[in-house]
Design a binder for this molecule. Sequence first.
Ligand code: ADP
Ligand code: MG
Length: 353
Amino acid sequence: MSDIVIKNLTKKFDQTVAVKDLSISIEKGQLVSLLGPSGCGKTTLLRMIAGFEKQTVGDIYIRGRLINDVPPQRRNIGIVFQDYAVFPTMTVKDNIAYGLKIKKMKKDEIEKKVAEYIKIVGLTGYEKRLPSQLSGGQQQRVALARALIINPDVLLLDEPLSNLDAALRLKIRKEIRKIQQQLGITAVFVTHDQEEAMSISDKIFVMRKGELMQSGTPQEIYLNPQNDFVASFIGRSNVVYGEVKSVKDSKVFLYVNGIEFKASKNGEAVKPGDKVWVSIRPQRIHLGKSDNMANTGKGRIKYVEYIGSEIRGEIELNENLTLDYNSYMLDENSITVKFNETIPYSISPSDIN
Ligand code: ADP
Ligand code: MG
């Protein structure tokens, strides 16, 4: 069953169309991400779900109830923002208890619930501290507990990890996901970070300039991007543009910057003369000798980085086409490359799509 249904939602600020005719459904108990570059309308969409912003056109339903005219405090939504937004003069305990006091819950029940949620977010022992005596990650846990304790229908998170350092971001991200799954709560997670979205979402909605570009599970979107924006935004990829020369047995022969490629453009009907984009994942470029007969040539290594078990860099196939490559060093026989070295490469047609 869908917990949140959004139909033809548009939001205009004067000339700016922040969200444009957007329709999505979010299943109960799922964590979905709104993913897109800065300014694409993610926060605006979240604020409309929360009721802080009124849409110009369209409908929002939560658990089957049309909430267009329901004020924020009566939507039963929990929210976590990027900048923590905890009350600075209240202790951890009082911050977390706040929503229950507003609801006039009995004192001993509040005590019990607060203890439970302090444990869920891992803040046991910090009850009496003020936010200024906490790290960013701990403050964000307070915000999370405060949002969850009211037992909301929906949890909204707007870039909740952006102010944390890299290591903490990974840790809290995992905790958020575990807690969300443990409680079975429906959550909408806003991020501009594709890796973050890929790692914690049941489903991703990719947005660009207020519009929905594609939705699906992380795997679906990664394996089958439906346009060049999604292909280049999700995972690392070489998105290049070429012209179809011929089509034969579901293989497409095309020219990209003077190089002929044999490709498989998934499920797409193309004909000679069409201008097309293709995506080549860096790890699909095979460096060194191989038995592969298609898409072979010699390239020049223009950049190389050794990162643990990986080599990453750029390979120039000709003066107009340089691609990112990514090779894994699995054993001592694995390929090593040097700057400016000329090296054979090959790419399987099924990896150009
Ligand atoms: P994101 O969260 O994806 O970075 P936002 O939803 O914050 O994007 O913004 C989407 C667009 O709407 C941007 O062009 C932004 O400048 C504009 N916008 C957002 N809020 C307002 C506002 N209150 N008044 C005018 N323009 C706004
Ligand atoms: Mg935003």
